[in-house]
Write a protein that binds this ligand. Structure first.
Ligand code: KPL
Length: 297
């Protein structure tokens, strides 16, 4: 059994390192320093309890050097999905399954357009991790992962669960994906703008009020799109994610601090566009989308 993880960022390192005890794992990415560090000394995984694991996996930047994969986990940034889809197409076995565990609402269709819907599954993970350097990651909070139906999805979920990353196969991946999008729409831009951890968003009534406004707008768009969200209270859902990942720096905050592009278009940008299409006003999501766009130029 061979799993290829696309992406060498924080979650790519966590999933690769945890799976390596069970199966052969390869990492494929475009970040030269990340690849070099993993090949030189393995992944350095700082566990939430303070233990440090050094895990050997193969890493490279050329999809032609990676042997055929039973499973591909897509953990690149959402603006890199199209390239990742081409990679997945090259290295996935004909009966293999690629699972997107990325932030954003449109990764599944983009992947399926290249590799076929029958080899694509959409997934969602709430696990939080912080990139410390090339190939080095702090796992902050192990949280549930969900995978939609797909050939081998049950087997992959069992592998991930055995690796200490509890994973559930669900028929309602659409609802789960939008639930995560609601959380990302509220948490990611605010943590990136205020430069605070997820938990610190709950520190004052002003922060909580804006968190709720963003969450409520995102949930209204989801409901107008016909999605049955797995909660009634969007703000309550987002606050629960903040508490569960309290010590984490959101991926968008990490991107802003490192001077990298952010996923704002795939998170709040898509919500604003969907809102327009469906006649749902999203002024707060539009404001944070523009603020983040302005921040990174
Ligand atoms: O998905 C995340 C992210 O940072 O992108 C959460 C769940 C908010 C964890 O930080």
């Amino acid at each position: 059994m061979r799993v290829v993880v696309l992406g060498t960022g924080a979650l790519g390192c966590v999933f690769a390192a945890r799976l390596a005890a069970q199966v052969e794992v390869w990492m494929l990415g475009a970040w030269a320093e990340g690849i070099a560090a993993v090949n030189a000394r393995g992944i350095l995984l700082h566990e939430p309890d303070g233990r440090l694991a050094r895990v050997t996996v193969m890493a490279c930047s050329d999809p032609n050097q990676v042997p055929a994969a039973d499973f591909v986990l897509v953990l690149v940034k959402s603006y890199q999905t199209d390239r990742a889809a081409v990679w997945a197409g090259r290295l996935l076995k004909p009966d293999g399954l690629a699972v997107t565990l990325q932030n954003g609402l449109d990764n599944g269709p983009r992947l399926a357009a290249v590799i076929g819907a029958e080899r694509t599954a959409v997934g969602v993970t709430y696990t939080g991790a912080t990139r410390l350097g090339p190939g080095e990651v702090q796992l902050v909070a192990v949280q549930p992962t969900f995978i939609g139906p797909g050939r081998g999805a049950t087997q992959l979920a069992a592998l991930l669960t055995a690796a200490g990353l509890p994973t559930h196969v669900t028929d309602d991946i659409g609802g789960r994906l939008w639930a995560k999008a609601v959380a990302n729409a509220a948490i990611n831009p605010l943590t990136a703008l205020w430069r605070v951890t997820n938990g610190a968003l709950l520190a004052s009534p002003e922060r909580r009020a804006l968190l709720a406004l963003l969450a409520d707008e995102a949930a209204a768009v989801a409901r107008a799109a016909g999605v049955a969200l797995p909660f009634e209270d969007a703000a309550g859902h987002v606050e629960a994610v903040c508490r569960a990942t309290a010590a984490n720096r959101s991926s968008m905050l990490q991107d802003v601090l490192a001077g990298r592009p952010t996923e704002i278009d795939s998170i709040n940008g898509i919500l604003v566009a969907e809102g327009r299409r469906l006649g749902v006003p999203t002024p707060f999501n539009e404001a944070v989308w523009r603020l983040l766009r302005g921040l990174t130029g």
